[in-house]
Design a protein around this ligand. Sequence first.
Ligand code: GLN
Length: 212
Amino acid sequence: MTVSQPVTIGVLALQGDVREHLAMLEAVGARAVTVRRPAELDAVEALVIPGGESTAMWKLATAFELFEPVRKRISDGMPAYGSCAGMIMLADRVLDAAPGQETFGGIAMTVRRNAFGRQVDSFEGPIEFDGLEGEEGAAGAAGTLHGVFIRAPWVEQVDPAVRVTARVTAGPGAGRIVAVRQGALMATSFHPELTGDLRVHGRFAQIARAAR
Ligand code: GLN
């Protein structure tokens, strides 16, 4: 019997909470590596785009000659998961973008940057997440995640191809879409990498393995 190699998942390491994602990916059994140059992108099977600042990430990706290569890998079907700023980077359309701001795109949705900021900058609370059935590593009840939102975007609109996997249940922005899936692409407004809950990364690693 052959034992399959762990899936290699990159974390776009230009800016943002890279280390936290690397640790979560290793904890769910992936080989996690940083991606700062095109050759490093070529070596990964899937990519995490961390939280941070989407305008900084866009400018740095352009300066590091990664912008077009990442966009192309995503449109060629590479699995990708974006949290917060990473969600913005995966959105086909952005509201309240900086002048000229571009995204990698891939998920047929419109996100609004800093959407909760008009009410409250940062907050935490329980999120009902559909699509984590059978995932191990739960810190709380099945399907419930602790959502950490930091100057987070929300999803204003999705095309029919996009599955909504979580909405805010209470408090500021109740009812707003905060997690989505489209094929091998996933995005969350919140930061599971800042909690001990491995389920979102576990699900992404499964998607990456299934895409082999
Ligand atoms: N507001 C940030 C942006 O527009 C995202 C914040 C975050 O990733 N925590 O990119």
